[in-house]
Structure formats: structure tokens, C-alpha cells
Design a protein around this ligand. Structure first.
Ligand SMILES: [Zn+2]
Length: 285
């Protein structure tokens, strides 16, 4: 079966990168219609500097620069392939995940085989789902665009439907409105038909397999993806944002190590502080 390759670039500063990469690459094990891979762009790529985390980017300008960026990236990756003697061509579609925000508050732009997902407007109150789950769903949405051929019949490459159904192709202007599609695991009838019309009916089960969050499993099960992510230091069901808060770190430790061990750690820490204070007081006298 032919598969569609999606190259990923993460500019999400401060995120647990191992957890993000593990989750996105785990999509490869769930289906065979799409293949995701992380790319190493040039560290000083001007386009990526423009959309780096923390910045406010001009969305129209980013859209205009997508084609040039892709050309530069492809040239860089081909150079790297020569250096390392690798055989495979670079992927056709690129998804850039960034902590930047766009000036018009939209959260994504898509042009010339490049998608930029800007998560800079993500706020803690939008959880659940966590920011990593947003990144996961919005990446799957971009993978779906590759099903439609480029041209006038490219239904899935543009805005698909106004209604908020909990389908990844819901048109949601702001990131807060995208919650429903990140929470849901539903490919609507219209989008399924668009996939069939594009001659790619065989990938419908692949898309549904990726969208179903049941594959995450439980953080208490060390063999499940959620358990592996937890072992990597990011509990999907506790840590909401890019960086865990102190309270989230404590809750993660409680969940991972058990309350008893955590209380023992707390007891030891308090004991050490008390002894230090006592020694200081005695030393002063
Ligand atoms: Zn839909």
C-alpha cells in the first residue's frame, strides 16, 4: 500500500521533547497509510527563526514564504543525505510545530506542502486536552490534507466544514475552539466521502486508528504509550502545558512513585531542613 510521508519539525521550546517525539512517532505503529519522521533543518533557517517559539509571526508573510522555505529545506536535507550517505528522499509534506502565535490569532497556515501549527495561544484553561494532545490531533489533521490531490479538487487541503462536529477538519478560527476536535476521535461522513472521492478510501481506517485516543492507554500501565510518556517525565493526564508546574510535578511523582514513597521523600527533606536550621542556630550561639 502506498503511504504518505510527513516530515516533522518541532520548535516547541520547553516541551518534553522525548515525550512529544515518542507520541508522534507512535502514530507509525498504529497504521501504515502515513509515515511520520522528525527532520533536522538548518539551525539558522530564516523561516524557522521567524516562526520560533515566543514570537508573533505575520501569518500572511509566513504563507508567502512557505514555498521558499521548503526549497531551502529540501536542498539542506539532500546535502545531509550526501554527507551521511543515506538513500531515501526527503518527505513531500512538512509540518512545523511551534510555540509562536500568528498576528491574526489563527493557529495554522498551510501552503506549498508546508503546514505551520502555532500553539503560542494555547492556555492552561484549554486543557483537557493537554498541549501535547493538541499537537497530536493538529498534526493528524495536516496528514489528512495529503490525501487530497493538489488542485481544484483538493477538498481536504482547505477549510472543509463550518460545523463543529469534533472532526479534525472542523474550521475553528481560534485554538480554544479547537478543543472539541482534539478531544474527539471522529472523522465525519463528509470528510470520509472526501477521502473516498480522492481515491484513498483505504486510509480511512488509518485515520480513525490515529484519532482514537484509546491507544494512549493508562499512565499506570508502564507498557502503554501513556505509561512510556509518563516514564519519560510527562504525565499526559496531569501535565497540561508545555512546561509542568510544581503542583503537576508533585502529582506526577505521587502517581509514578506512589504516595508512600513520596511522603518518605518529603519526610527526609523536612528532616534535612530541620537539622540544617538546628546546626545553624547552634553554630550562631
Ligand atoms: Zn469532517
Amino acid at each position: 500500500m502506498a503511504y504518505r510521508r510527513i516530515g516533522l519539525i518541532s520548535l516547541l521550546d520547553g516541551v518534553n521533547d522525548a515525550a512529544l517525539r515518542y507520541l508522534l512517532l507512535h502514530l507509525n505503529t498504529l497504521q501504515s497509510g502515513f509515515e511520520f519522521e522528525f527532520l533536522s533543518p538548518h539551525p539558522e533557517d530564516p523561516f524557522l527563526c521567524e516562526v520560533a517559539g515566543g514570537k508573533t509571526a505575520d501569518r500572511a508573510a509566513v504563507r508567502e514564504d512557505c514555498a521558499h522555505f521548503k526549497n531551502l529545506l529540501m536542498a539542506h536535507l539532500r546535502d545531509q543525505a550526501v554527507v551521511f550517505g543515506t538513500r531515501e528522499d526527503p518527505p513531500e509534506h512538512i509540518v512545523v510545530l511551534t510555540g509562536a502565535r500568528f498576528d491574526d490569532n489563527f493557529y495554522s497556515v498551510r501552503h506549498s506542502g508546508v503546514s505551520v501549527i502555532a500553539l503560542g495561544n494555547w492556555k492552561r484553561w484549554m486543557a483537557p486536552p493537554s498541549v501535547l494532545e493538541f499537537a497530536l490531533t493538529l498534526t493528524i489533521r495536516e496528514a489528512i490534507t495529503t490525501v487530497s490531490p493538489i488542485g481544484s479538487g483538493a477538498v481536504l487541503r482547505g477549510s472543509v466544514h463550518l460545523g463543529t462536529k469534533g472532526c479534525p477538519c472542523d474550521v475553528t478560527a481560534s485554538l480554544s475552539d479547537a478543543r472539541q476536535k482534539a478531544l474527539s476521535s471522529f472523522l465525519c461522513a463528509f470528510c470520509k466521502q472526501a477521502v473516498r472521492d480522492a481515491g484513498a478510501a483505504e486510509v480511512i481506517p488509518d485515520i480513525e486508528a490515529m484519532l482514537s485516543k484509546s491507544w494512549l492507554g493508562s499512565a499506570d500501565d508502564p507498557s502503554s504509550p501513556a505509561g512510556v510518556v509518563s516514564a519519560l517525565g510527562h504525565d499526559l493526564f496531569i501535565v497540561k502545558g508545555i512546561r509542568p508546574t510544581w503542583w503537576e510535578l508533585i502529582r506526577t511523582a505521587l502517581r509514578r512513585d506512589g504516595a508512600q514513597q513520596f511522603l518518605l521523600l518529603l519526610q527526609t527533606t523536612i528532616g534535612t531542613i530541620l537539622i540544617a536550621v538546628l546546626l545553624l542556630v547552634l553554630g550562631l550561639k
